[in-house]
Design a protein around this ligand. Structure first.
Ligand code: FES
Length: 574
């Protein structure tokens, strides 16, 4: 297929010169015939496959389906690996490496002869870092999510990834589940290829990619092992070639309207709180204005429609069979909650794609007048404790705790928490507010998923299942509880959180969106004068991270990565 327009890749492959010789001839060692270098779109397939990222373990096969699609449409696919971080294995936290992964993706795209890119995304950070990196390039891009695992099974019941683990581990600590049963459950938790089968961060970010318009319709929820995942991948391969020819760049898709639709979808699916920092970071890369308050403003009136764990009872398999994300989007559109201006990767608007989408099971994708939770979305809390904001997911919380006053029980860091939480002498009761410091972006470093800290054993044994918890950490998208997260500024940056002491009064008022530390300004000033930032000496990448990471209200990106640089390369290589 011959192009009328000069493609970016032509600068590498189009010249009858020494450079053109080098660029073509070395690639031909992989068996590519000369006609693939005739000016057709070159499509980079950005693969986050790794055996160390079990959720992405099937991606090499998925990439082959994308390549077939690219060839179908007259393109030339070239697959490349990028850094991959598996949430289940990486220490200290995969979030430490999200920005590094984005740099890998951005620089690989810019440095190579690609005209468009397909991002194969899966496990949490691999569903975000590639989008950030590619957005900074503003080259036509489209996402193929890897898909969720089949439902876990244990003694005839379904098991949700993550969510069931949190539940079982608390049952073991409370003495209600034996260790042998706990180990037996492990065997049935992860039964197939794919990412977590709950509405954790991976499923959420797949839905966010679809709601932003970066996938083909319906791509987010297809189980990883369902043949329709491969069909969708092949069709995506075909579509990216057209997108290159149409010059359909991320700037045209990732508009403020698209983020409004994504945030409303986040409320309707009761998605992971991690989506907040991730969407802020993606918006920053494409230079679309987006603030923390947009999440509260746009998400506040959105009912949660989806009955999937952790907010609900079911899993991603049921979601797909019930109609998948297009079913949710249809319901949002019927409620007047979708912005009709947002364009998607297939060239149509999100509303056009979903207005007549079928919903096969109203128990899974609820009707608007029978929601799972009246007000989904993410609440943004401010006050003297979190002047730059903190977040709470009401759908995952205990309603009775959403208006609460209690005394703080403070842990200076995660090690302090682990040492003392089960101390029988810990001065704590069910009305206490657990406060965890120094787990934010700079301090950990990387902003660990420890905000849903387990409850004291002595309270668990008395049947307490939830308490108000506050930290500058994140929590797993598969977790639940009345948990205030992402407190900004974080303790290590000198936020008020650093000044809280055990016994201080704290008031949480969800309706008023307020989080107040009942300590006078004079006393806070006195404590601040005594405060010393924690020592945090790192080396290499971790030091770069600490020196440049932005706070949670700005997406935890690096200050020097915000913005769109495009794909211009200053110099040629030879
Ligand atoms: Fe990979 Fe949950 S561990 S998505």
């Amino acid at each position: 297929m011959t192009k009328q327009r000069k493609l970016r890749s032509t600068h590498w492959f189009g010249a009858h010169s020494k450079d053109g010789f080098i660029h073509r001839s070395w690639l031909k060692n992989q068996g590519y015939p000369s006609d693939l270098f005739d000016g057709r779109p070159v499509i980079g397939i950005c693969n986050t496959w790794s055996e160390l990222t079990p959720c992405n373990g099937h991606f090499r096969a998925l990439a082959e389906h994308i390549k077939r699609g690219v060839y179908d449409a007259g393109g030339f696919p070239l697959e490349f690996p990028v850094m991959s971080t598996g949430e289940a294995l990486v220490r200290p936290t995969a979030m430490l490496f999200r920005n590094l992964m984005s740099m890998d993706v951005e620089e690989t795209i810019r440095a190579n002869p690609v005209d468009g890119v397909v991002l194969i995304t899966g496990c949490d950070k691999t569903a975000v870092g590639p989008l950030m990196g590619a957005a900074s390039c503003n080259l036509p891009m489209i996402v193929v999510p890897g898909g969720p695992m089949l439902n876990g099974k244990f003694r005839g019941c379904d098991l949700g990834s993550g969510t069931s683990v949190w539940e079982f581990s608390e049952e073991v600590r409370a003495g209600r589940m034996s260790m042998s049963d706990f180990m037996a459950a492990e065997e049935g938790m992860s039964r197939s290829a794919g990412h977590c089968n709950t509405m954790g961060t991976a499923s959420t970010m797949a839905c966010m990619a679809e709601a932003l318009g970066l996938t083909l319709p319906g791509a987010a929820a297809i189980p990883a092992v369902d043949a329709r995942r491969n069909v969708s991948a092949r069709l995506t391969g075909r579509r990216i070639v057209e997108m290159v020819n149409e010059e359909l760049t991320p700037h045209k898709i990732l508009t403020r309207a698209a983020f409004q639709n994504a945030i409303r979808t986040l409320g309707a699916i009761s998605g992971s709180t991690n989506a907040v920092v991730h969407l802020l970071a993606i918006a920053g890369r494409i230079e679309t204005p987006l603030t923390l308050d947009d999440f509260d403003r746009w998400g506040r009136a959105v009912p949660t429609l989806l009955d999937v764990q952790p907010a609900g009872a079911l899993l991603m398999e049921e979601f797909y069979y019930a109609g998948g994300l297009p079913g949710v989007l249809r319901r949002l559109h019927e409620a007047g909650l979708l912005n009709p201006d947002a364009l998607t990767a297939n060239g149509r608007t999100l509303v056009d794609n979903s207005a007549t989408a079928p919903v096969h099971n109203d128990a899974v994708i609820r009707r608007l007048h029978q929601p799972l939770v009246e007000e989904g979305g993410i609440a943004v809390l401010r006050g003297n404790l979190t002047p730059a904001g903190a977040i709470l997911k009401p759908a995952a919380a205990t309603p009775a705790l959403l208006q609460h006053q209690g005394r703080a029980v403070v842990f200076e860091n995660i090690e302090d928490y682990k040492q003392r939480i089960d101390d029988p002498d810990l001065p704590v009761d069910e009305s206490s507010v657990l406060v965890l410091k120094n787990c934010g972006p700079m301090a950990y470093p990387g902003m660990a998923e420890v905000g849903n800290m387990g409850l004291p054993r002595k309270l668990l044994e008395r049947g307490v299942r939830d308490m108000v918890r506050i930290s500058d950490a994140r929590m797993s998208g598969t977790a639940y509880g009345t948990v205030v997260l992402h407190a900004a500024p974080e303790a290590a940056a000198g936020g008020t959180l650093a000044l809280v002491r055990t016994g201080d009064g704290i008031e949480l008022d969800l309706a008023g969106r307020r989080l107040h530390l009942d300590v006078s300004d004079v006393e806070l000033a006195r404590r601040r004068a005594q405060w010393q930032p924690p020592r945090n000496e790192q080396r290499g990448y971790a030091q770069l991270y600490v020196d440049h990471v932005l706070q949670a209200d700005r997406g935890v990106d690096f200050d020097f990565l915000v913005g769109c640089r495009g794909v211009e390369v200053a110099r040629e290589s030879h």
